[in-house]
Design a protein around this ligand. Structure first.
Ligand code: XLS
Ligand code: NI
Ligand code: NI
Length: 440
């Protein structure tokens, strides 16, 4: 297929004073920040579903943009998507992509035929990857779209549906491995419930774990060494999603002995749906050793659903990159734009404006987070705030050297301790952050 976006060339870094809407102001892919190039630090990925497939359809109306990419049959559309996706990635200097199996190639009349057609697209992707050096960040299976999955896939009350989902996931894992992906995501599509009146919650959770365990065992048996991720989300499409948030998923992984194989894929909009900040979810993952990958987007605080908007909030992106840097950076994970242009942003060039906005936001976030760490005032404040744990009674508690009785004796001797308590200085710290942010 020939070039699709003929009017748009390769997007260049022009720096912060540029007013060219089709240029990066902050993302300079090969600039070294904190010891690595920006492209290595940020590991941006294109989401196949939103970018190549999402046509603007919503609950109240049909699509507003044509995502057939000049194709007429499903096979042709699937192939054209590959060509155009690689053109977009090249023009935007995006090195990775992510997919659901059915975004690459739709369902046909039987599972066997669906698999055969998927193989054709996977072969094409393999070829494109070797020509361009682009990589697969992660793959996943779309086990929530077809009516067979209306009550869930791994948590369906029906065992035949579970088996079908397992077959689909097996193929999606094989496709991920064939494309050299180092991540495989479980997002609990309809793994949840609408009412407990019809739900055997214990069995559903056991089965969800069974499916994950089988997937891990199978993937490892055919040589997969990458990560598995769970992507928490509290609600939508079901009223209660089992993978509610990172803390809930940690409890699940520990209960079912899956903790060694799984990390988190944290999505910003899912965090806020769970009434957490994006940073909270990242921090919870980091301190529990399960920070893996990120679905970069943002929600609208005035709407109660997963709007998957391209991220433009610098404050959130900065705190996100601060957590990423503190976690030692990405290993197998990256920043996947699980984001879509608004329904009204329907012109093809809006894809470029959307990605430029999101990529520049995270590039700026990386720059500021690096400064925050170099500046050291925030880290120093936290270190000082907890300094009573480094010596004396604090150290003894941490070292397990004291009992409740010892602490009672200590407290009785010490008397009132309120004078040892210091201000949390929240406003001062927020002001320091603003100072760092706007002093670049
Ligand atoms: C939906 C999820 C989904 C996952 C991949 O809300 O974000 O897109 O990222 O299945
Ligand atoms: Ni997502
Ligand atoms: Ni989402």
């Amino acid at each position: 297929m020939s070039e699709f976006f003929k009017e748009i060339g390769k997007i260049q870094y022009e720096g912060k004073s540029s007013t060219n809407p089709l240029a990066f102001k902050y993302y300079n892919p090969d600039e070294v920040i904190n010891g690595k190039t920006m492209r290595e630090q940020l590991k941006f990925a294109l989401s196949w579903w939103h970018t190549m497939g999402g046509d603007g359809t919503d609950m109240f109306g049909c699509g507003t943009t044509d995502k057939r990419w000049g194709g007429t049959t499903p096979e042709e559309i699937a192939k054209n998507k590959v060509d155009v996706a690689f053109e977009i990635m090249d023009k935007l200097s995006i090195d990775y992509y992510c997919f659901h199996d059915r975004d690459l190639s739709p369902e046909y009349s039987s599972l066997a035929e669906t698999n055969e057609k998927l193989d054709i697209v996977v072969d094409m992707l393999k070829q494109k990857q070797s020509e361009t050096g682009k990589k697969l960040l992660w793959g996943t299976a779309k086990c929530f779209d077809h009516p067979r999955y209306m009550h869930g896939a791994g948590t369906s009350p029906n065992a035949d549906v579970f088996a079908y989902a397992a077959a689909q996931i097996k193929k999606a894992v094989e496709s991920t491995i064939a494309l050299g992906g180092q991540g495989y995501v479980f997002w609990g599509g309809r793994e949840g419930y609408e009412t407990l009146l019809n739900t055997n919650m214990g069995l559903e959770l056991d089965n969800m774990a069974r499916l994950m365990k089988m997937t891990v065992d199978y993937a490892r048996s055919i040589g997969y060494t990458g990560d598995f991720y769970i992507e928490p989300k509290p609600k939508e499409p079901t009223k209660h999603q089992y993978d509610f948030d990172t803390a809930t998923v940690l409890g699940f992984l520990r209960k079912y002995n899956l903790i060694d194989d799984f990390k988190m894929n944290i999505e910003a909009n899912h965090a806020t749906l769970a009434q957490h900040t994006f940073q909270h979810e990242l921090r919870t993952a980091r301190i529990n050793g399960v920070f893996g990958s990120i679905d970069a987007n943002q929600g609208d605080m005035l709407l109660g659903w997963d709007t998957d908007q391209f991220p433009t909030n610098i404050y959130d992106a900065t705190l996100c990159m601060y957590e990423v840097l503190k976690a030692g950076g990405f290993t197998n994970g990256g920043l996947n734009f699980d984001s879509k242009a608004r329904r009204g942003s329907f012109e093809p060039e809006d894809i470029f404006h959307s990605y430029i906005a999101g990529m520049d936001t995270f590039a700026l976030g990386l720059r500021i987070a690096t400064k925050m760490i170099e500046d050291g005032r925030l880290d120093q404040f936290v270190a000082d705030r907890y300094s009573s744990w480094n010596t004396g009674i604090g150290k003894d508690i941490i070292d397990g050297k004291v009992t409740m009785a010892d602490l009672e004796k200590y407290a009785l001797e010490k008397g009132e301790v309120v004078s040892a308590v210091k201000s949390g200085r929240q406003e001062m710290l927020e002001s320091i952050m603003n100072n760092i942010m706007f002093n670049l």
